[in-house]
Design a protein around this ligand. Structure first.
Ligand SMILES: [Zn+2]
Length: 317
């Protein structure tokens, strides 16, 4: 592993850890960013936005920039979206560089292991996946479920075993209302650092918790912090999981206003996008953004499907 990759991993972990930490203690914002959060970073500057959301810079080695043929159809067009877009307006300088390195690494892993690591879906249909991480909770998840029911939209919830055991009735409701319940680990560790035994334990504890609530064992897994590498994949596979990341990251936990989250998604969604949002304690802004977001996306002709339907894979083991 290169020094750059180590830093990228550390950084991505730190950024997403902050998002996760906010679910526990919103007051952490002050201690991380100082007394005054960097408001200037959160403005909607269309120029900056456009610049941040260009496709990933190709790897320096041109040979590596050639897409893996296994990810393409006979016609030469990718079967799935292979790039990650993100509303990274608050990431700047080195932080942005490190995030871009993480993104390139994950995109490359997905091209190399197309049956194991998924970023996005079929770019030829006008379909999207709404996905919600870190729940369930007792406030934002029910509000999100209310909206999805009112709008007649199915979504995918990557739940934490720990949260599921605290809010089993919310998990039951997610399942009962037709949404997909997938795994996001038990306690949200870094999978590239925690070791094989711990990974197996995280997966099996979550499985047993969810099976006890819904009677089903998930087959789809989203790594906490997006933290994944080649060493983790065989462990996931052995436990019966495919890794599902995302192709559109809203950074919804990062001090964004609901209008900003909705506008970003409506403007930037591509057919086949798997959209990352949060429904735990860090999902308050998304819960408010969701009605406008769904209406706006529908106006643009998009329909909503679960991740399993988009990727044509089994949702449960
Ligand atoms: Zn998470």
């Amino acid at each position: 592993m290169t020094v750059g990759k180590v830093w990228a991993g550390l950084f991505v972990g730190a950024v997403i850890a902050l998002g996760y930490a906010l679910t526990v203690n919103p007051g952490i914002t002050a201690s991380v960013f100082g007394a005054s959060p960097p408001q200037a970073n959160h403005q909607s500057d269309p120029t900056a936005d456009a610049a941040m959301n260009r496709p990933a810079t190709p790897p320096k080695d041109p040979a590596k920039s050639v897409a893996d043929p296994s990810g393409e159809t006979a016609a030469g067009k990718p079967e799935r979206l292979q790039t990650i877009r993100a509303n990274t307006v608050s990431l700047q300088g080195k932080a942005l560089t490190r995030w871009q390195e993480w993104r390139e690494g994950v995109e490359r892993l997905s091209r190399e292991q197309p049956a194991q690591v998924y970023i996005g879906g079929d770019p030829s249909g006008k379909r999207l996946c709404l996905t919600f991480d870190d729940g369930p909770d007792g406030r934002n998840t029910p509000q999100i479920l209310d909206t999805l029911r009112q709008k007649g939209v199915l979504a995918t919830f990557f739940v934490l075993g720990e949260q599921a055991s605290t809010y089993p009735q919310v998990v039951k409701r997610v399942e009962r209302e037709g949404h997909l319940v997938a795994s996001h680990s038990y306690s949200h560790p870094h999978f590239t650092k925690t070791g094989e035994r711990s990974i197996r334990s995280e997966l099996s504890r979550t499985e047993e918790t969810l099976r006890g609530i819904t009677g089903k064992r998930p087959a789809l897994f989203r790594p906490p912090y997006g933290d994944i590498d080649k060493a983790v994949l065989p462990v996931l596979e052995h436990s019966g999981y495919r890794a599902v990341l995302w192709s559109l990251d809203t950074f919804d936990w990062d001090h964004k206003r609901p209008e900003e989250i909705a506008a970003y998604v409506i403007e930037n969604a591509r057919s086949g996008d798997i959209i990352l949002m949060h429904c735990g304690g860090n999902g308050a802004a998304t819960a408010k953004a969701l009605p406008v977001m769904i209406d706006g996306l529908r106006q643009k002709g998009y329909a909503f499907v679960t991740v399993a339907e988009m990727l044509a894979v089994d949702a449960y083991q």
